[in-house]
Each structure stands twice: as C-alpha cells, then as structure tokens.
Design a protein around this ligand. Structure first.
Ligand SMILES: *Cc1c(COP(=O)(O)O)cnc(C)c1O
Length: 378
C-alpha cells in the first residue's frame, strides 16, 4: 500500500528483522497506541511551564526520576539521541584544546562530539582481528600518554560499553576504577547496552551515562536519548540559561519531545522487565553463532559472544556471489524470500546481525534460512 507516494513499511509485521540498528528499538503494541494520540507537534507541551523535563502531565518528571534510579545514577535528562548526550557532557566539562580518551571501537558520534567540542582525541586501540577486544587497562596507558604529552590528565574518558560492530561487551567497571584512580571524569556510552541489559552506573563508577532510546529502549522511529549523571555533576551539566532560568542550556532549552518522549515512557515498563531476560538473549545469539559457524559463517569479536549484535565473516556466502545471477545482492533477496530481512543489501562476506527480542523459534528460522541458501547455492 502507498500513501503520498511512499511505500508503507512492513518489515516488522511481515518479516523477521535482524538489523542491529532496529531490533531493540522496535515498539510494543501499547507504545504505538499511546504514540498515535501524541503525534502532533508540541503535543507534550499542553501542561508545560517552561521546562520539558519538569512536565507532570504526561509524567515526564516522574519518569526521569525513575529512570535515573534504574540506571544507578542520580538525575536524568531527555536528549536528541545518544550523540547529544555525549556532546552535552563534553561541552560542559571540557574546554577546547583539552584531551579526551576514547576507545578504538567508538561510534563516529563520539568522535564528532569530541571534535565539535574542540578536543584532542586519544584512542585506546582494540587488540585487532579476530576479537577487536578493548582492554580497559589501555585507559591507564592512554592517561599516562596524555599526561606526558600535555602535562595534565585528560578532561574526560569515554568508553563504548558495547560497540555496534562486533557487539563486544567491555569491562566497564574496571575502566571506571581506572578513571576514578586517575581523577578522570568517566562517560559510558550505553547505546547498545542500556535498555537491553541491566546497567548499574553506581557499580560501574560512571559519572555520566549516555543512552540511545530509539536504538535500545523500544522507542521506535522518533529521535530520543537519555543523559544520566551523578549528583556531583548535575549542576554543571544540567546548568540553566542566565537569562531564562527554566531553560537547560545543553539541550537549548528543550530537546526531543512529542511522540518520541511518549513512546519512551510507554515502553519503559516493558524495558524495565526485559533487561532481566538478558541471559536468554545472549543464549539465543550464542546458539545462532554456533549454528552459522557449522556452515562457514563465522563470528568475529569476543567468543563466545556476550551480546545479541554480532559481526560475521563468510567466504562461503562470498563465493556464491561470484557466480549467482544476482551477484552480491543474492543474499538479501534469498533471505527476504525466506522471510528474513535486516542484512544490508549487497553484503555477503562481512555483515552484522542481531537476534534481540526474537523468540527461539524465530532464531531457528534464521539459521534454517542461511542453511538452505548455503545448501542450494554453494
Ligand atoms: C547508534 C550509536 C550511537 C548513536 O546514537 P544516537 O542515539 O542515534 O545518537 C552512539 N554510539 C553507539 C555505540 C551507537 O551504536
């Protein structure tokens, strides 16, 4: 069906979607219901007295207090995605020319946030193929290097808790200890972890936690993130305009709102519950990686996998593309024929996939689809 010349999208209804960007952002039925009455512009502003995060109707304020606790932090703010949360922290606590330490598996938004804040970027390299693991001890080495080259400690450290390529889960608690010992403020990027698995910022020792809610909190197509901080930093990072004292500076007074905010609040009770199922999510991913490994589709990254997002390498699937009449687009089309979407069209040798939120039967279906394709064409 078409509306205004747009094909309506049916990926979630008609297919098993394994696109890592989308699996955990998928909304629940009740979320869709709630959103539809808030879809108009400025819809959460009916009872706003100037500050988005203090609105009681719908209960934004209460939600933020609850979610801060859920993350093991003291206060939280709505942001335009994880990227705005990261920039808000860097812009508040550093000055241009300062150094920041990031990990080698960082997302580009970490880099551009630091670049926009005018920072010198130092990197903790991964251990390279096939694991691409990040050793938290690398932060201590990087801090020493910054000290040697600049004369002072870095102004901040950012760790990608789970990277979006390999789905490696880094020991965030150890990185937190190192930051604490060195007195370096610690920002944990949980774009691929919070909302999927339990996160306790207190135990981890994070000063700031950045979240991507359209990616990992079942918040759907809107654009929304969260920034959670400890009391120690709240005044600084959540400071307000000198002329407009209800307007939080780092979100330019008001960030994401409307249906995205309502979607996040509507999905939140389910998100709180679902993080408790994390071990079965990992179980599904491990099972699939093992099955795919048997037919020559091999997981890279830390093994056995500790996350639903995985990166695979396959000579078998690549070889098929050399003779198949659809060339490298065959995999996309053969999978779609079998009811599976989410692998980028054109990829055969290296690609990512995610099993988040799938039932075991669906995961078995995905394994069967790949097996059939290999059997038919290899
Ligand atoms: C997706 C992603 C982001 C960006 O998140 P937004 O909410 O879209 O800003 C940041 N970091 C990582 C690791 C990601 O995977």
């Amino acid at each position: 069906m078409k509306v205004a010349d747009m094909e309506l999208r049916d990926r979630e209804e008609d297919y098993v979607n394994i696109n890592p960007l989308q699996t955990a952002g998928r909304t629940y039925a009740e979320t869709r219901k709630a959103v539809s009455s808030y879809v108009d512009g400025y819809s959460v502003c009916d009872w706003c007295s100037g500050d988005l995060c203090s609105i009681d109707k719908p209960p934004v304020k209460g939600f933020l207090a609850d979610v801060a606790e859920f993350l093991g932090m003291d206060a939280a703010l709505l942001t335009n995605g994880c990227r705005e949360a990261k920039y808000a922290v860097l812009h508040s606590i550093t000055k241009p020319g300062d150094a920041v330490v990031v990990d080698g598996n960082k997302h580009y938004t970490t880099y551009v946030a630091a670049e926009r804040a005018g920072l010198r970027i130092y990197e903790v390299k991964s251990n390279g193929p096939p694991e691409y693991g990040i050793d938290p001890e690398g932060y201590a080495e990087a801090f020493a290097k910054v000290k040697e080259e600049t004369g002072s400690m870095p102004a901040a450290a950012i760790l990608t808790h789970v990277d979006g390529s390999y789905g490696n889960v880094v020991d965030a608690e150890r990185a937190g200890e190192i930051c604490r010992e060195s007195g370096v403020p610690y920002l944990l990027n949980t774009a691929y972890s919070s909302g999927r698995m339990p996160i306790d910022g207190g135990r981890i020792g994070a000063d700031f936690i950045a979240c991507s809610c359209h990616k990992s909190w079942a918040t759907g197509g809107g654009n929304i993130g969260l920034l959670a901080v400890t009391d120690e930093w709240a005044d600084k990072v959540f400071r307000r305009s000198s002329a407009y004292d209800v307007k939080t500076l780092e979100i330019l007074g008001c960030s994401t709102r409307g249906s995205a905010t309502v979607a996040l609040m509507a999905s939140y009770p389910r998100v709180k519950e679902r993080v408790e199922n994390w071990s079965s999510e990992v179980g599904n991913a491990r099972w699939l990686m093992e099955e795919l490994g048997k037919i020559g589709i091999n997981q890279l990254g830390v093994k056995p996998t500790e996350h639903d997002v995985n990166f695979v390498e396959s000579d078998v699937l690549y070889k098929i593309s050399e003779t198949h009449k659809k060339k490298n687009y065959y995999l996309y089309s053969e999978l779609k024929k079998r009811g599976v979407v989410g692998i980028k069209a054109g990829l055969t040798k290296h690609f990512k996939l995610s099993t988040y939120g799938k039932t075991r039967a669906q995961v078995e279906h995905v394994a069967r689809a790949f097996k059939e394709i290999v059997e038919e064409f290899a």
